[in-house]
Design a protein around this ligand. Sequence first.
Ligand code: GLN
Length: 547
Amino acid sequence: MKTKFIFVTGGVLSSLGKGLAAASLGALLQTRGLTVTIQKLDPYINVDPGTMNPFQHGEVFVTDDGAETDLDLGHYERYLNVPMSRKNNTTSGAIYNHVIAKERRGDYLGATVQVIPHITDEIKRMVLSLAEGDTAPDVAIIEIGGTVGDIEGLPFLEAIRQLRTEIGRDNCLNIHLTLVPYLRCAGEHKTKPTQHSVKELLSIGIQPDIILCRCEQSIPVEMRRKIALFCNVDEDAVFSSVDVSNIYEVPLKFYEEGFDQKVAIMLRLPARNAHLESWEKLVHDSANPHGKVTIAIVGKYVDLKEAYKSLHEALIHGGIANRVAVELRYVNSENVDDSNAASVFAGCDGILVPGGFGYRGVEGKIAAIRHAREQKIPFFGICLGMQCAVIEFARNVAGLADANSEEFDAQGANKVIYLMTEWFDFRTRNLETRDASSDKGGTMRLGAYPCRIVEGTRAHAAYQQAQVDERHRHRYEFNNAYREVLGAKGMVFSGTAPDDSLVEIVELPDHPWFLGCQFHPEFKSRPMQAHPLFREFIHAAKTQAGA
Ligand code: GLN
């Protein structure tokens, strides 16, 4: 087997940036000429995060092959610029689901099915699947979700413990990310939480090879020595992961520490020197903008920024491409109506309505869109945002006062957005009843689909391509019965399914920049290559701001 494995565990507490650390290490190894993939193992019982409230779990990231995954996969794609797939994320729920299905089929031939070996074997199978085939990467980084000490994480840790012996010590590396707090009153870094966390890991039989210490400031040599001594690692295998204001600086900081070099040496990787020019340019460009734009994001999950992770990043990428800083103003749509829109959006150079589910806050989104359309403020609607733009246009321009989405008004006379069942036939569920609510898992149109772009439109000016692939996550869709009436009033359908059966992009030509898309372009935006629609939206906002 050519692939070498790096297992990343976390200790002390969550939110230390394990995903970003894994992605940054992967990016550095890539610049050294290695091929890299990353997999996230999530210990929760949900089969995937698709049914989880964004307040709980943050964004659901969608891959080309239609998997609903952990938001860390977004970081992996943004840092590695390689598409992830359903192979790159699994959960306890998915593992158990699989094992239980096998048990019901009788595949275990009468054996008692247990966590060890059946669950752990299934985990190992998922991990090793990354190393299969001709395209197996040089390095597979496996990030274990949660914190060492969590009961639910134990089968994953046991699986990686076993893998170390099975694939050989030379082919695996354990990296443990911990917190090393700086106590201001004592004036020093504290290593005790790290010692405890490593002790916990050792009690499970895992000896970390590298300790990565999340800290406010770089950890002094004597502290590193102490951590090395108490955690049985080499002195030069203790690294700092310092707080940064720009997440794209992390690879450069790791490089300065010599982190990737140590990894390459320990795993005997055929690595060349790192090439960091593109990362340096990225950090330089984002640190030196020539102006600023303010973008309002009008949504429901405004208190938890993680819920709009990819969107946030895509807007930042659009800013970098246009050399402007992007200030994001999160607006709770429940607080917006026609009477206060002018004051709520005062000083905004662009308004964005993102994806979402359910009726709560929808009328506020529609009011925000009306304001953007009438006041000629650049507008970008994504998924639900596009659907709301269609409803707004139908109500206020085409005179269909009761226009709505079937999601919000199932009995309404003018369902300009409606539930399409076309993709249900391959997802099979609820076909007869047309009821998407009985089993919320697995009833959506998910993953990448082709979209044909109409020439002479803003969409075409952005993409400069006749056909694109974009990722979807929705149940409802533009109702084709309204194409003619809305088209006659000036709405342009600039992106459709190649057979013209579905409207994927709408826009208004009589406006500085007003575009809505049924797909989620934010998933495909990259720091070094902003998504064309985000680049053009920010460009329009920049013109609006006179920046
Ligand atoms: N709720 C809408 C639908 O299901 C939009 C979904 C979304 O914005 N991702 O079609």
